[in-house]
Ligand binder design. Structure first.
Ligand SMILES: C[S@@+](CC[C@H](N)C(=O)[O-])C[C@H]1O[C@@H](n2cnc3c(N)ncnc32)[C@H](O)[C@@H]1O
Length: 436
C-alpha cells in the first residue's frame, strides 16, 4: 500500500474502509490481491474485514440506526465504511480485540479529510456498540434487505428463506470441475480435503491457498465452477461431434464443460475484456472453441446449431453467498428491465437452434421473472419449441434442484449430494427442444 502509516494495523483498516466505500457506492467488491498487500496475512485480514462487513451488512444497518441518533452524517468520506468495519470487528471478529477495533476505526476517521470532524461521534457510537456487544438482537432475516426476504418467503417459503439468509454467515467453499478422465490427486502433493459432489465436480474443504497455487492448476486439469452452475451443461447429453453455440460465454465455466463433453463450440461474448479472459481460461485448459466478440441479440451471420446454451446476463441474486453486495445493489424494479433483455436474447437464440436441437436457458438468479416466467412466456410465443423436462438421473440421481415442472431451480440451501455443506449458487435452467 502507498504511504504506510506508523500505527499497527491502520493501513489494513484504511484500505478496507476505502474498498468498502467503493462497494457502498455501487461497485462490486474486488478482493485485495498481492499488488495491494504483499504480506499474505495483511491481505487476508483486509479481505476478511470487508467481506464480514458485507455479509453482515443488514445487521450492521440495524446497529447503526440504533447508535446514530441523527442518522448517518452526509458527505462524511470514510465515516460510514470505517464505522461498518469497526462494528464488524466488535461484533463478529472478537479475536481482533475490542480496543484495537475501536481505536483503528476512529483513527481511520480522524485521518480522512471529510470524516475527521465526526471522530468524536464515531468514538461514542462505537463505545456504545462495544458496551452492548453481547446484547444486540441479531436476526437472520436482517441479513437480507426486507423486500428481498419477503420475496424469497413468498416464492420459496419462510423456512427456505431463513436457510438461504443463514448462508451469508460463512465464507462459501470453492468448487472445482476436473476434466473428464482426470482423477484429482490427493496425498502429499495433492489436494487436501476434496469432497465429491457430482461426477467431475468436487468441493474443497478449506480455501487457504490462492487458486493458482492449488495442485495441477498450471497443467490445466481443472477449473473453478460452483456446483449449480455446472448443471445447465450437464443437461445437454452427449455432445461428441455436435455443433454447440455458447451465448454470453465469459469467463467460460460452461464453455469449458461443453468443450470437455466433445462439442464443437462457438462461444459468443460481447465484452472484449471478458472475451480475453475466456481465451486465457480455455488456453490454460487446452480446450479449443471458436470465439466471437458479438452481441447475442444480433446473430444473423451464424448457422444453426444442435445445442444452443444461453446463460443470460441477470440480477445474479443467486450468487449472494459469494457476492453479498448483490443483495444491496439490486432494486425490485431491476428485474423487469433485465427480463426484457433476456426475452430478446431468448428469441435471438431460438433462431439458431436446428430442428430437433436443444435450447438451454439459464440464469444465476432466484427471481421468477428471470426464470420460470421467462420460459412460460417464450413457450406461448414459440410453438416450434417444447419443454424437455429434466430428470434426476441426468444429475447422477440428485433430485434436490429439480422442480415439479422439470426445471432446475437450485436454491442456495438445497440439500447437497453426499452430505456436503456450504450451499451452492442459486440457479435456474430450462431445456427446450425444437420440435418443428
Ligand atoms: C452470467 S455471465 C456468463 C457466465 C458464463 N456463461 C460462464 O459459465 O462462465 C453473462 C455474460 O454475458 C455477457 N453479455 C452481456 N450481454 C451480452 C450480449 N448482448 N451478448 C453477448 N454477451 C453478453 C456478459 O459480458 C457476461 O460475460
Amino acid at each position: 500500500m502507498s504511504a504506510k502509516s506508523n500505527t499497527a494495523g491502520l493501513d489494513v483498516r484504511r484500505a478496507a474502509a476505502q474498498r468498502l466505500q467503493l462497494v457502498l457506492t455501487g461497485a462490486p467488491f474486488i478482493p485485495f490481491g498481492a499488488d495491494d498487500f504483499e504480506d499474505g496475512r495483511e491481505r487476508a485480514l483486509a479481505n476478511r474485514l470487508v467481506t464480514t462487513a458485507l455479509r453482515r451488512h443488514g445487521q450492521i444497518n440495524q446497529v447503526l440506526v440504533s447508535v446514530l441518533d441523527k442518522g448517518m452524517p452526509k458527505r462524511a468520506g470514510l465515516f460510514e465504511p470505517a464505522m461498518r468495519i469497526g462494528i464488524a470487528q466488535l461484533l463478529f471478529m472478537p479475536e481482533q480485540g475490542a480496543h484495537a477495533a475501536l481505536h483503528l476505526a476512529v483513527e481511520t476517521i480522524k485521518r480522512d479529510r471529510r470524516a475527521s470532524r465526526f471522530a468524536k461521534l464515531a468514538n461514542a457510537a462505537l463505545r456504545s456498540v462495544q458496551r452492548q456487544a453481547d446484547d444486540w438482537p441479531l436476526r437472520v432475516q436482517d441479513l437480507v434487505p426486507e423486500w428481498m426476504f419477503k420475496r424469497w418467503t413468498k416464492q420459496y417459503g419462510e423456512t427456505q428463506a431463513h436457510k438461504m439468509a443463514e448462508l451469508l454467515l460463512a465464507q462459501p467453499p470453492l468448487d472445482l470441475v476436473f476434466k473428464s478422465g482426470v482423477e484429482p490427486q490427493t496425498g502429499a502433493n495433492g489436494f487436501d480435503g476434496l469432497a465429491a459432489l457430482l461426477p467431475q465436480s468436487f468441493r474443497l474443504a478449506t480455501r487457504d491457498a490462492s487458486v493458482a497455487d492449488l495442485p495441477d492448476y498450471a497443467d490445466g486439469q481443472w477449473w473453478v465452477q460452483d456446483l449449480s452452475s455446472t448443471l445447465p451443461a450437464r443437461l445437454a447429453g452427449s455432445l461428441v461431434g455436435k455443433k454447440v453455440l455458447d451465448l454470453c460465454a465469459a469467463p467460460g465455466g460452461k464453455t469449458a464443460q461443453l468443450c470437455d463433453m466433445g462439442g464443437l463450440v462457438t462461444a459468443v461474448e460481447i465484452e472484449p475484456d471478458r472475451l480475453s479472459r475466456l481465451k486465457e481460461n480455455l488456453e490454460r485448459l487446452n480446450f479449443h472453441a471458436e470465439m466471437l466478440e458479438a452481441d447475442a441479440t444480433q446473430l444473423d451471420g451464424l448457422d444453426e446449431f444442435d445445442v444452443v446454451m444461453l446463460d443470460a446476463p441477470c440480477s445474479a441474486t443467486g450468487t449472494f453467498r459469494r457476492h453479498p453486495e448483490v443483495l444491496w445493489h439490486r432494486k425490485e424494479s431491476d428485474f423487469a428491465h433485465r427480463a426484457a433483455l433476456q426475452s430478446e436474447m431468448l428469441g435471438s437464440a431460438a433462431k439458431k437452434v436446428a430442428k430437433g436441437g436443444q435450447l438451454i436457458y439459464c440464469t444465476c438468479s432466484l427471481e421468477p421473472e428471470e426464470g420460470e416466467n421467462q420460459i412460460e412466456q417464450f413457450l406461448k410465443q414459440h410453438s416450434e419449441f417444447a419443454l424437455a423436462p429434466i430428470k434426476s438421473d441426468e444429475l447422477a440421481g440428485w433430485a434436490g434442484p429439480i422442480d415439479l415442472n422439470g426445471y432446475v431451480r437450485a436454491l442456495p440451501c438445497v440439500e447437497l449430494p453426499n452430505g456436503c455443506t456450504g450451499g451452492t449458487d442459486g440457479f435456474f435452467a430450462a431445456r427446450l427442444q425444437r420440435v418443428a
